[in-house]
Structures are given as structure tokens and as C-alpha cells.
Design a protein around this ligand. Structure first.
Ligand code: TK8
Length: 348
């Protein structure tokens, strides 16, 4: 009985399938002629980042979405997951590498352990102003970094804004490296950062961005370093007493996608995405520059002491940290190192 039923069901299935095939073909053959092209499902792409929804980099991704959706006439759709919803910097980079997420931004510092060429941007005091940063990152040296991502399965799209970094803490005013002595300082996940803060006498603790506020609040750490706008967005100014304008580093947010996924796109789709990324980079820089100035004012108004360093004080940091160049050199290819040192006219 069971066997009969099985045979019957198999026959039924075959009939249904055949009807489906011929019916489908007949239907399309006899369908009224239409000039409308067949509407295919839009390509749905996901972006993840670990910064706030109010951040400049988020505004950059919003611009990316807008340009792509308009230019592709809706055939490519972009959804953005901010604030570490999909993970912190490390996890986001891994997700893109594994092909489970289409796009992400990661600060160059936590990206360097994935692609060591990025350690070149960890040379303290490499850049002195934004215009130089943009010229170099949009020029040949920056392109060398984006290209180098292919070695680790990523495809670099551009350098969005994070910004120049300042040191905040709740213990004492910081003017010279000596003032950092024994200070428990959160660093980004990167051995070079840990080392150059150690050179200043600080006690560095690597940690992902999403954990910093609570660690400061619970006094697991005394301080951290970030651009003014990040400090403000994260409300760190509410639990930090001092910020020193050190400008010790400029970190960009590197925007990237999965290399295999990139290669699977049509040239037209690639062009649209590249256009979106370019517009996103510009937007993030424009918004980032404005936000940084506004954040600094708001932080000062809140009552945090912002310390401007003299040239001599900045130089003391520069000199104390400068031996780190010898640690960075073996990690970066000579071509990339040379391109950045020349372009920035870096003197040790
Ligand atoms: C956010 C982080 C952050 C960075 C840090 O994704 O970790 O301090 O400056 O903005 O990349």
C-alpha cells in the first residue's frame, strides 16, 4: 500500500513539474507583447560600521546609499547597519572577508593587523593638516593602500573621515609624555599603538570602541584617544576631565568590500558603487570637519579642560614616540613606506 502511494506521489510530482515547464513556456510565448523590460529583483547590499548614527562616517554611507540607489534606478539597494549592530571593527572586517557582509568601514588602526601596509598611518605626527591628508590619501600613496587590501581578500573603495586624534583622561592635565606616566590608556587594537603609548610611560589597554565608555565609567581605564566628535558622540566628555589637543595621528575610516564579490559585479555596477564611495568620502569629510569643531565647542562648554600644547610640548611627544618608526618599517613594504614618508616630507 505504502509502495503504491509512493509511486502515485512520484507520478503526480512529475506531472506537476512537466505542466509547470511547458505551461511556463507556453505562457510566455502567448503573453501579450510588452515593451517593458522584465523586472528582476534588486541587488540588496548591506553595510556595517561601528560608529554612531550621528557620525560623519554614517553620513558618508548615507550619501553612498543615495548615489547608488539613484544611479542604478533602484536596481541596487543599500541597507546600513550602524553603531556596531553587526559587530565591532574586528568582526565587521572578518564578516566582509568571509563574504557575509558586503561593505564596512574600519579605522585604519584596527585594520592594520589584517593588512599590515596600513601600519604606515600609525606613524605618530605623520600628518599635520587635513588638506595634506586628503591629497595624499586620494593620491598615489592612498591608492597603494587601497590596492594592498586585495592581498587579504578585500577591495578598497576609499578613505572616509574619522579624524585627528586627541587624548582625554580623568586623572590630570597632559602636556608632556611624563604626564602620561602610569595612566591606564585605552588604545585601539594594534600593537604599534600599544608600544608608542608605552614609550610615553602610559599603561596601554587595547579595546574595541564599543567598550570604551563603560570602561572609563567603571575606571578600568583613566583615558583614551579619539577625535573630538567621537568623544562627544560617545558622551565621554561627561566622564573625562581633561583633553589635550595632541593631534598625534589622523586615522581615516577605510571603506571596503569583499574582493570576490567585487569581481562578480558587472562593470556598470562597479562604476556606480565607485561613484557612491567617492561621494561618500567627500560627504564624510565635509560633515566630519564641521562636527569636530562643533564637538570641541560643546565639550568645552560642558566644562572639560581643553589644553592646547606648545610647539615644544608637541615636539616632546614626537621625539618620545619616534623610535616606533623602526618597529613599523619591517611591517610595511618599502614602496608604501617611501611613498608616505616622501609625500608628507617626514623628518624623524
Ligand atoms: C569605530 C572606531 C572608532 C575609533 C576607535 O568604528 O576605535 O577609537 O576611532 O571610531 O573605529
Amino acid at each position: 500500500m505504502k509502495k503504491c502511494l509512493a509511486v502515485f506521489l512520484t507520478l503526480l510530482l512529475v506531472l506537476v513539474l512537466c505542466a509547470g515547464c511547458s505551461g511556463g513556456a507556453a505562457n510566455s510565448a502567448s503573453a501579450p507583447a510588452s515593451k517593458e523590460p522584465v523586472k528582476s529583483e534588486p541587488l540588496k547590499l548591506r553595510v556595517g560600521h561601528a560608529a554612531f548614527e550621528t557620525s560623519a562616517v554614517h553620513k558618508g554611507w548615507l550619501k553612498f546609499k543615495e548615489v547608488i540607489e539613484t544611479e542604478s534606478k533602484g536596481s541596487i539597494q543599500v541597507e546600513i547597519f550602524p553603531a556596531g549592530q553587526l559587530g565591532g571593527d574586528r568582526e565587521l572586517t572578518e564578516l566582509v572577508q568571509m563574504g557575509e557582509l558586503h561593505f564596512a568601514t574600519n579605522s585604519s588602526t584596527p585594520l592594520a593587523p589584517f593588512d599590515p601596509e596600513y601600519y604606515v598611518l600609525d606613524i605618530p605626527f605623520l600628518f599635520s593638516d587635513r588638506q595634506t591628508v586628503y591629497t595624499i590619501l586620494d593620491g598615489q600613496p592612498g591608492q597603494m593602500l587601497l590596492d594592498s587590501l586585495q592581498k587579504v581578500g578585500l577591495y578598497g573603495l576609499g578613505h572616509m573621515e574619522n579624524g585627528f586624534r586627541q587624548v582625554s583622561n580623568s586623572r590630570n592635565e597632559i602636556r608632556t609624555p611624563n604626564d602620561l606616566k602610569g595612566l591606564k590608556l585605552r588604545t585601539m587594537d594594534n600593537k604599534i599603538h600599544m608600544k608608542f603609548w608605552s614609550l610615553c610611560g602610559a599603561n596601554p589597554t587595547p579595546m574595541q570602541f564599543g567598550e570604551v565608555f563603560t570602561a572609563l565609567q567603571q575606571k578600568v581605564i583613566d583615558g583614551q584617544e579619539n577625535p573630538f566628535d567621537n568623544i562627544y558622540q560617545a558622551k565621554m566628555h561627561e566622564i573625562q576631565k581633561y583633553i589635550s589637543r595632541t593631534n598625534h595621528l589622523y586615522t581615516p575610516f577605510v571603506a571596503f568590500t569583499n574582493l570576490q564579490f567585487w569581481n562578480s559585479l558587472t562593470p556598470e555596477q562597479q562604476k556606480i558603487i565607485q561613484e557612491g564611495a567617492k561621494a561618500g568620502v567627500e560627504e564624510s569629510r565635509k560633515k566630519g570637519t564641521e562636527a569636530d569643531t562643533a564637538a570641541e565647542k560643546a565639550i568645552e562648554a560642558y566644562g572639560v579642560k581643553i589644553t592646547n600644547l606648545t610647539k615644544g610640548e608637541v615636539n616632546a611627544f614626537r621625539t618620545t614616540m619616534s623610535p616606533i618608526l623602526e618597529d613599523i618599517k619591517p611591517l610595511v613594504s618599502p614602496e608604501v613606506m617611501d611613498a608616505f614618508l616622501k609625500a608628507t616630507n617626514y623628518q624623524q
